[in-house]
Design a protein around this ligand. Structure first.
Ligand code: F6P
Length: 346
């Protein structure tokens, strides 16, 4: 078989580890692998695919980013694009396709499956919010970045007796903020799953100061709505219609509000794309390898419209349609931990 592989949507640490596993496993089964550039944009015919041999992929395990490039491109948007993608698949004689991505990329993969293309997904998003799987590639590295940042910010916040507000990624859910904040010992974690008011936040800051906390670290997930506080208006949207959450600047708005209403000096740090950059952790390397390996096996065995997932520590198989149906909610146990260890005072 000739198998195409692409990475779509936001990049995530571990993408190269997954590409490597797809190439090594598929090649060992006697298949040829073609790397498609820049996600679905590549299938619109904007760049020629390139052969990926084992030696091209052998040394990329620890590299961040994606050797294939990525983009947020929705080829379903008009008839011309839909036809261009199907034409490329025919022209390049692709017998199968491995699409590594999150909700958006795998939504397109599901459409292609319905069009009769043999396509297998691989779950990737630092947001960790794909359904059907306990894990998505990139999450552990993003969490580690948040936790490491909190360790560093603790010392400077402590030296200056300040509040530091740290803005973490998460389009719809608080996975990164909650895990990163708990791992880094944040004093207050604000996630979309727990409604909060600006008054409660101010009261919590004052309470912490009153009980003698010299420094206070707040982690705020970028999509959080705070009752009584207006974030900036996000103006731009991406190709899938998602608002640019960075433009809300919720961390900056919150830090200013805290300073104005408590008198405690406050600063803010947006971790942004630092959470997606750099070398993947060992957990991400290993899970990406397991997913990529399983995806190659699935294509080899003629499966389509599916993706390997992690459940209870084991690799299983789920359907693409179930994986993208809705975002996966943060686990109740973690929401409860956030309330107990980093919630507002009531
Ligand atoms: O979906 C992953 C994600 O990292 C979100 O957490 C974030 O809101 C968004 O992508 C940022 O996207 P971009 O790289 O296009 O700025």
């Amino acid at each position: 078989m000739r198998i195409g592989v692409l990475t779509g949507g936001g990049d995530a640490p571990g993408l190269n580890a997954a590409i490597r596993a797809v190439v090594l496993r598929a090649s060992s089964l006697g298949h040829e692998v073609l790397g498609i550039a820049d996600g679905w944009a590549g299938l619109l015919g904007e760049a020629e695919p390139r052969p990926l041999r084992p030696r091209d992929a052998a040394r990329i395990l620890a590299e961040g980013g994606t050797i294939l490039g990525t983009s947020r491109t929705d080829p379903r948007k008009d008839e011309r694009s839909r036809r261009a993608v199907l034409d490329s698949i025919r022209r390049w004689h692709l017998d199968g396709l491995v699409a590594i991505g999150g909700n958006d990329t795998l939504g397109v993969a599901q459409w292609l499956h319905q069009e009769g293309v043999r396509v297998v997904g691989v779950p990737k998003t630092v947001d960790n919010d794909l359904s059907e799987t306990d894990y998505c590639i990139g999450f552990d590295t993003a969490v580690t970045v948040v936790s490491d940042a909190l360790d560093r910010l603790r010392t400077t916040a402590s030296a200056h007796h300040r509040v530091v507000v740290v803005e973490a990624m998460g389009r719809d859910t608080g996975w990164v903020a909650a895990y990163g904040g708990l791992a880094g010992g944040a004093d207050l974690i604000l996630i979309p799953e727990i409604p909060v008011t600006s008054e409660e936040i101010v009261r919590t800051m004052k309470h912490r100061r009153a009980i003698g906390d010299p420094d206070i670290l707040v982690v705020v997930s970028e999509a959080v709505e705070i009752d009584g506080l207006e974030a900036q208006t996000a103006i731009d949207r991406d190709a899938f219609g998602h608002v640019r959450l960075d433009q809300r600047a919720i961390g900056a708005v919150l830090a200013r509000h805290i300073e104005q209403h408590t008198g405690i000096e406050a600063r803010q740090v947006v971790l942004g794309h630092l959470q997606r950059g750099g070398s993947p952790t060992a957990v991400d390397r290993l899970r990406a390898t397991r997913f990529g390996n399983a995806a190659a096996d699935l294509v080899d065995s003629g499966r389509s419209g599916v993706l390997p997932v992690l459940r209870g520590g084991r690799i299983e198989v789920a359907s693409l349609s179930d994986a993208v149906r809705q975002v996966r909610r943060l686990a109740d146990e973690i929401i409860e931990l956030v309330r107990r260890y980093a919630g507002v005072v009531t």
